[in-house]
Ligand binder design. Structure first.
Ligand SMILES: Nc1ncnc2c1ncn2[C@@H]1O[C@H](COP(=O)(O)OP(=O)(O)OP(=O)(O)O)[C@@H](O)[C@H]1O
Length: 320
């Protein structure tokens, strides 16, 4: 039996809804049902199809996914280089959908730093490493680094932190690919951004050099507290971070979390990884393709609520 709610019931309901924190209220990066549609030659491509993602301050995380799944599209939006078609995206309090062109420029110069795959895209070829690091300080208009000397000191400090102080006076073509990427990280960190975004930063490097670049990101994360999001195909990099989020068909699909555990018998520390599926706010869940294939699940499945889990069964309606 249902009874009509009283005015007091409705007031209480409205008040509790007001006190429910908004989705992602405590996250540094919030993507809420993010959509990006590209139209080319009359054909629409939905690169992001309602992507949800929360990243907390101080995280170092990896984004993985097949080619064409939407990783670069997401990174370009977070970098302030592209605007979403619909949904919501906020980074450090900046609304990426409603920013004016002027806000967008300030955002790109002071809130986010980026490192791209192509080493040549990250540095200006005619400037030395130190000059490359000093440039964003000058453009960002940071008062603390208003003088040439203050900027040179900051450049030296960052190049030392990333262990490329010896490249200080060299131009990009006089450095190895790995050195160039470490200088690129220093450039991206110059204005002390809230978030550092890296799109396949080790894509052009051999595995040993890639390890060194990853160590440089870890240093930035641990020593400066910068939140870092790395898009990577490199399993070694994805295996090193505490959180790896997989994107499939323009949505976040699964997430692997790793934590250290001490083995009770040996006393050794080991890393335990566990994979989770993403449940979106509408209650949608993407089942891994190999699971559904293994059980011949297609368009319909049966669900049963158990005491502590939900069971998903293949469609048995034909047998009924
Ligand atoms: N400017 C654009 N115009 C039209 N379609 C685009 C554009 N940029 C991306 N797309 C399409 O959007 C989809 C997602 O592309 P995106 O580059 O984000 O994928 P990705 O996961 O980064 O792939 P990769 O790992 O190969 O770089 C693809 O189908 C791509 O063809």
């Amino acid at each position: 039996m249902t009874t009509d709610p009283t005015l007091t019931d409705l007031a209480q309901k409205a008040s509790s809804a007001r006190h429910t924190p908004a989705y992602g209220h405590d996250a540094l990066i919030t993507c809420d049902r993010l959509v990006r549609i590209f139209s080319a030659d009359g054909i629409e491509v939905q690169a992001l199809q309602g992507l949800d993602l929360l990243v907390r301050e101080g995280e170092l995380m990896a984004l993985v996914g097949a080619s064409g799944s939407g990783k670069s599209t997401l990174m370009n939006i977070l970098a302030g280089l592209d605007t979403p078609t619909a949904g919501a995206a906020r980074v450090a309090g900046h609304d990426l959908l409603t920013m004016t062109a002027k806000d967008r420029l300030t955002y790109r110069r002071t809130v986010v730093g980026f490192v791209w795959q192509q080493t040549s895209r990250n540095l200006l070829p005619y400037l030395t490493a130190a000059q490359n690091v000093a440039l964003p300080l000058q453009l960002g208009g940071d008062r603390a680094h208003g003088t040439r000397r203050a900027r040179a000191e900051r450049a030296t400090e960052l190049l030392e932190l990333l262990e490329v102080a010896d490249c200080r006076d060299r131009r990009p073509h006089e450095m190895s690919g790995g050195q160039q990427q470490r200088v690129a990280i220093a450039v991206a960190l110059a204005n002390d951004p809230s978030v550092l975004l890296a799109d396949e930063p080790t894509g052009e490097l051999d595995s040993h050099t890639a390890d060194q670049i990853f160590a440089a990101f870890r240093t930035a994360n641990e020593r400066l507290g910068t939140t870092i999001v790395i898009v990577t195909h490199d399993q070694a990099v994805a295996g090193e971070v505490r959180r790896t989020v997989a994107i499939r068909d323009g949505r976040t699909s699964t997430e692997v979390l790793r934590r250290s555990e001490v083995d009770e018998t040996t006393g050794h520390e080991r890393v335990v990884a566990r994979e989770y599926a993403m449940l979106d706010r509408a209650g949608r869940l993407q089942l891994p393709a190999d699971y559904t294939r293994a059980l011949g699940m297609r368009d319909r499945v049966a669900l049963e609520l158990e005491q502590d889990h939900i069971a998903v069964w293949p469609d048995d309606s034909e047998e009924m």
